[in-house]
Design a binder for this molecule. Structure first.
Ligand SMILES: [Zn+2]
Ligand SMILES: [Zn+2]
Ligand SMILES: [Zn+2]
Length: 139
């Protein structure tokens, strides 16, 4: 997913083009990591001094509903990032310091399924948390 694809999708779904929405998407494109609504507010409040946390949160949830952003919850707070453009099923290692992610190509469900052949799996979540190499080096 990139900003152009996201703006096109919003238009197709009948959502208005606003500079705020576009700037939010540019921020995610630039950062390439998980951001909270608070992070987004901090980055955009110079440009849009009156913008509320609610407005940001509503837009981020909309983007997540449209699969423009992926969401996860870290430390009890929702975080968002651009959806991966890799279409193959995969999981993420997530750095809790900087929010950057790495891809894991293998899926733990493959082995778990064999242990529970009678359970009909309809979905799963799997994330690994820790510190990336850069963050380990800084601290
Ligand atoms: Zn990914
Ligand atoms: Zn990191
Ligand atoms: Zn999986």
């Amino acid at each position: 997913m990139n900003v152009n694809e996201a703006m096109k999708l919003l238009k197709e779904k009948g959502y208005k083009h606003t500079d705020k929405r576009e700037d939010m998407l540019h921020l995610f494109a630039l950062e390439k990591r998980y951001l909270s609504a608070k992070d987004v507010l901090e980055r955009l409040q110079n440009e849009y001094p009156g913008m509320s946390f609610d407005t940001i949160y509503r837009n981020l949830s909309l983007f997540a509903d449209l699969n423009i952003l992926e969401e996860t919850e870290l430390d009890g707070e929702k975080r968002f990032r651009f959806s991966c453009s890799i279409s193959k099923h995969h999981h993420h290692l997530i750095c809790l310091e900087c929010g950057k992610t790495k891809h894991i190509d293998s899926c733990p469900m493959d082995s778990i399924r064999q242990q529970f052949p009678d359970f009909e799996v309809t979905g799963h979540k799997f994330e690994i948390y820790g510190k990336c190499q850069e963050c380990v080096t800084i601290n």
